[in-house]
Design a protein around this ligand. Structure first.
Ligand code: NAP
Ligand code: ZN
Ligand code: ZN
Length: 348
C-alpha cells in the first residue's frame, strides 16, 4: 500500500515528503490512520546518524497514536474506529527468555524497532510514524484509555514509558526522594510521574527559564544545575535519579546528590562516552545503571495509569512541514515540552 511519509534522505539533508510501502494487514495486524506522532530526540539522533547505523531514507517517529482503519481476521483486541497506539517496537521474537519476561525491548534476537530496523515482512527497513498510516501486529499495538487528549497522549509511547520504567523498577513512591535531570520530553514526564507516584520530586535543569514550569509540572524543588552552591546543597540526599539529558554533561555532579545505595538510571544518550570517577560509585556505595523504553505490558500499565489519573504530555502541535525547525528548537532545549505532529497536515 502506497503511503505518504516524511523522510530524511541523508544525515545532512532536511526531512521532506517521501512515499513508502506498508503491507496489507495480515490476520493479526491492525492498520492505523495516524492522527498524531510525537517528536523524540532519538528521531533527531537517528535522522542525523549520530549513533551510526542509520539506513537512508529514514522515516522517524515512534510516538504514534491514531484510529484503527482495518483489522486482520484474527484480531481480538481492536475494532475499526478504536483509538490505538504504537511505540518504539513493532515486533520481537516473543519466545526468548527476555520476551517471556515482558522485556521485549531487550529481545535476545533483537526487537524490531519501529523505524530503522530490518522489516521482517517487506524486506528493507521499518518506517516510523511520520506517515499517514502504520500497520502493526496487535500484540505490539497499545490500547489508548478513553478520556485522554490524543495529541497529549501520543508522546506517552516513548517519553512516557522511558521515564516511567526506571521509576517503577527502582521503587519511586512515598518516602523516596527522586531527582529528574533535564526538562524536555522525557524529563517533564519523569517529573509528572515521580510526583504522581508519591515521591518527593526534584528537577535539575540547566535552563533558568524552566524553573517555574518545573514547579507547575509537579517538582517539589527545582535545582539549577549551573549553580554550584545549589548542587552542593543536594549532596547525599536522593534515592534515585533519572537522567534524561541528550548532551554531554558531568555524571559525577549528579551522582554526588545520591545517598548510600542511591541509583542513577541513565536514559538520555549523550553523543560521547561520559566519564565517571570511581569515587562517585564507591563513596557511599552507589549504583549507575540505564534503562531502555519499556516492555509492551509495562507500556500498557503506564497508559492505564495515565487514563486513571488524567495524565498527558504538555505538547506543542506542529505541521509535518515544520519538522526541520522543530529539530533546531529541540537542539536549543526550546520545547514545551514535546512537539507533536498533526498528521492531518500530511494528508491534506
Ligand atoms: N533510553 C531510552 O529508552 C530513550 C528513549 C527515548 C529517548 N532517549 C534519549 O533521551 C534523551 C532525551 O530525549 P528527549 O526527547 O527528552 O529530548 P529533549 O526533549 O531534547 O530533552 C533533553 C533535555 O536535556 C537537557 N539538556 C540539553 N542539553 C543540555 C546540556 N548541554 N546540559 C544540560 N542539560 C541539557 C535539556 O533540559 P534542561 O533545559 O531542563 O536542562 C533538554 O530539554 C535523548 O538523548 C534521547 O535519544 C532514550
Ligand atoms: Zn523516543
Ligand atoms: Zn525475544
Amino acid at each position: 500500500m502506497n503511503t505518504k511519509a516524511y523522510a530524511a534522505p541523508s544525515a545532512t539533508a532536511p526531512l521532506g515528503p517521501h512515499a513508502i510501502a506498508r503491507r496489507e494487514p495480515l490476520p493479526t495486524d491492525v492498520e492505523i490512520d495516524i492522527l498524531f506522532c510525537g517528536v523524540c530526540h532519538s528521531d533527531l539522533h537517528i535522522a542525523r546518524n549520530e549513533w551510526g547505523g542509520t539506513t537512508y531514507p529514514v522515516v522517524p517517529g515512534h510516538e504514534i497514536l491514531g484510529r484503527v482503519r482495518r483489522v486482520g481476521g484474527s484480531v481480538r483486541k481492536f475494532k475499526v474506529g478504536d483509538l490505538a497506539a504504537v511505540g518504539c517496537m513493532v515486533d520481537s521474537c516473543r519466545t526468548c527468555d527476555h520476551c517471556r519476561r515482558d522485556l521485549e525491548q531487550f529481545c535476545q534476537r533483537g526487537a524490531t524497532f519501529t523505524y530503522n530496523a530490518p522489516d521482517k515482512h517487506l524486506g528493507g527497513m521499518t518506517y516510523g510514524g511520520y506517515s499517514e498510516r502504520v500497520v502493526c501486529d496487535e500484540a505490539f499495538t497499545l490500547k489508548v484509555p478513553s478520556g485522554l487528549d490524543p495529541a497529549g497522549a501520543a508522546p506517552l509511547l516513548c517519553a512516557g514509558i522511558t521515564s516511567w520504567s526506571p521509576l517503577r523498577k527502582w521503587g519511586a513512591g512515598p518516602g523516596k526522594r527522586v531527582g529528574i535531570v533535564g526538562l524536555g520530553g522525557l524529563g517533564h514526564m519523569g517529573v509528572k510521574f515521580a510526583r504522581a507516584l508519591g515521591a518527593h520530586t526534584t528537577l535539575f535543569t540547566s535552563s533558568e527559564s524552566k524553573v517555574a514550569d518545573g514547579q507547575r509540572l509537579g517538582a517539589h524543588e527545582v535545582v539549577l544545575s549551573k549553580d554550584p552552591a545549589a548542587m552542593a546543597a543536594m549532596a547525599g540526599s536522593l534515592d534515585l535519579i533519572v537522567d534524561t539529558v541528550s548532551a554531554d554533561h558531568p555524571f559525577d555532579a549528579y551522582m554526588a546528590t545520591l545517598r548510600l545505595d542511591g541509583v542513577m538510571a541513565v536514559v538520555g544518550v549523550p553523543p560521547s562516552p561520559q566519564q565517571v570517577h570511581a569515587f562517585s560509585l564507591i563513596m557511599p556505595r552507589r549504583i549507575l545503571t540505564g534503562s531502555l523504553i519499556g516492555g509492551i505490558a509495562e507500556t500498557q500499565e503506564m497508559l492505564d495509569f495515565c487514563g486513571q489519573r488524567g495524565i498527558t504530555c504538555d505538547v506543542e502541535r506542529i505541521r509535518m512541514d515544520q519538522i526541520n525547525q522543530a529539530y533546531e528548537r529541540m537542539l536549543r532545549s526550546d520545547v514545551k515540552y514535546r512537539f507533536v505532529i498533526d498528521m492531518a497536515s500530511l494528508k491534506g
